[in-house]
Design a protein around this ligand. Structure first.
Ligand code: AMP
Length: 486
């Protein structure tokens, strides 16, 4: 099957070609015809399956044919990173069809608000927004959604996890009842089904073998005490051909510590977590995408929805709290049928979580022995809950009180000295444990949302004869001259 079989507008097909897509992924094969028929859809598809194009392509096709003179499409997303990523994809797929988009997300600078206000006043074919920030603009009266035709909720489960349910319902109440609604979610807990029932009409369903990492991912576990984790990470970085790696940790307080240790080992590493300012996060993410850093250390804020190409390795520095988070984390690699390696470090406290993951993904994860000179790691016993009084000579039991990265306690003389690429210490302040335990919406606060990267002016004379030469600058659609984030 190729994209021609969907009978898409030729401008959309040109956009698909320019993005280098040859064949639709399974979720695209299933969802595109349903969306083209203008039916409502509930799709259970995790990130990495090509879900974004699964809804963007038929919607851009629709916009190309219908030639609406109003904002026809609203895409609600949980995070600013996802909003930006979708905006970039609209720019790619929609270039030849001259489809315009605005990304609306929270920011800290007063000027951002005004930029967004101007962009929303001018309008665009597609608005991609985080719910909180959109609500704030809607309250001011200049957001025109009264003729909306298509609503997409992307990563609906994450939006609910982040506490956006009320905002979502308030926004949806203000939209026309006659519309097409598409709900994409990586998981389908009852609360998502309930939401779907409330806001969709007679939806079709697409269910992709949910919660199983893509087949191309080589998944491995190492059983290791906390103080063995950093040496093990270093060992892996030395042994394996690592083009780009994300190291996930559940704890914000670990991020800076791991980054500092990696830098001391001589690796180019940067951290990203929700306490960082918008600019810091953006810089770190962009630097990683541009291959300025080989390693990005991140909390779960990055595990869903963020599209980073050519990621060769994902390391779970600790076992995620939820089995589904494991799937999201390892889903950062092996995207769209490429291959990747996902390595998880499991300490004696987290072993009971392994079985949950294995049950969810319906396969056993290989538990590899530690390298020879590491000494013994903890024995695998998934039935045993951790005894909090533990500790022992490996320091596994109590090390979290000191940040938990196990950073300070190198167990042997491996890589003692900094190498020639050593860089200065981290610039970020160390967040507190308390903030780590806050629910996501609280912990990330307004920082989930931020200013649009570009402002695509509404342009009903959208130049349909645009040259095929792509403008490689950040905004290939009209900018309205009112950019820019510094
Ligand atoms: P998503 O699940 O939407 O986050 O997409 C995951 C990745 O797969 C992104 O890098 C997309 O650009 C890429 N992708 C999506 N669909 C295709 C396709 N049909 N062919 C090649 N790459 C794709």
């Amino acid at each position: 099957m190729d994209f021609h079989s969907f009978n898409l507008h030729e401008n959309v097909l040109t956009g698909i070609d320019s993005m280098g897509y040859n064949n639709p992924t399974p979720v695209q094969q299933q969802a595109i015809p349903i969306i083209l028929e203008q039916k409502d859809l509930v799709a259970c598809a995790q990130t990495g399956t090509g879900k974004t194009a699964a809804y963007l392509l038929p919607l851009i096709d629709r916009i190309s044919h219908a030639n609406y003179d109003h904002t026809s499409t609203l895409i609600l997303v949980p995070t600013r990173e996802l909003a930006k990523q979708i905006d970039e994809q609209v720019e790619g797929f929609g270039y030849f069809a001259s489809v315009s988009s605005i990304a609306i997300y929270g920011g800290s600078k007063g000027g951002d608000w005004d930029q967004q206000k101007r962009a929303l006043t001018t309008g665009a074919d597609i608005i991609i927004a985080t719910p909180g920030r959109l609500m704030a603009h809607m309250a001011m009266g200049y957001v025109k959604l009264d003729k909306l035709n298509h609503l997409v909720l992307d990563e609906a489960d994450k939006m609910l996890d982040m506490g956006f349910m009320d905002d979502l319902l308030k926004i949806i109440q203000q939209l026309p009842k006659e519309r097409q609604t598409l709900l994409f979610s990586a998981t389908m807990p009852k609360k998502i089904r309930d939401l779907a029932q409330q806001i969709l009409q007679n939806p079709s369903e697409v269910n992709l073998a949910i919660s199983k990492p893509a087949a191309g991912i080589d998944q491995r576990l190492y059983l290791a005490y906390d103080n063995q984790k950093l040496p093990l990470l270093e060992h892996l970085l030395q042994e394996q051909e690592v083009q780009s790696m994300i190291v996930f940790t559940s704890r914000k307080s670990n991020v800076n510590q791991i980054v500092r240790s990696l830098r001391k080992m001589g690796f180019e590493a940067e951290g990203i977590q929700s306490d960082m300012t918008q600019e810091e996060r953006e810089r770190a993410l962009q630097g990683f995408k541009n291959k300025q850093y080989q390693i990005l250390v991140a909390t779960d804020i990055l595990s869903r929805g963020i599209d980073i190409d050519s990621l060769s390795h994902v390391v779970n520095f600790d076992m995620p709290q939820d089995a589904e988070d494991y799937v999201h984390r390892v889903g950062r690699t092996a995207r769209a049928a490429s291959t990747g390696v996902a390595i998880t470090f499991v300490n004696e406290k987290d072993m009971h979580r392994v079985q949950k993951v294995e049950r969810l993904i319906e396969r056993d994860l290989p538990k590899l022995p530690l390298p020879e000179d590491f000494g013994p790691g903890p024995a695998y016993d998934p039935t045993k809950r951790h005894d909090s009084r533990g500790g022992g000579r490996h320091g596994g039991g109590g090390s979290r009180t000191h940040g938990g990265a196990g950073g300070g306690q190198r167990r042997n003389d491996r890589s003692k000295g900094p190498r020639d690429r050593q860089r200065g210490g981290g610039k970020n302040t160390e967040p507190t444990e308390r903030s780590q335990q806050q629910p996501a919406a609280q912990a990330e606060g307004q920082s989930q949302e931020r200013v649009p990267r570009k402002h695509n002016n509404r342009n009903r004379n959208r130049n349909r004869n645009k040259s095929r030469d792509r403008d490689n600058s950040a905004g290939s659609t009209p900018q309205g001259g009112e950019q820019q984030n510094s």
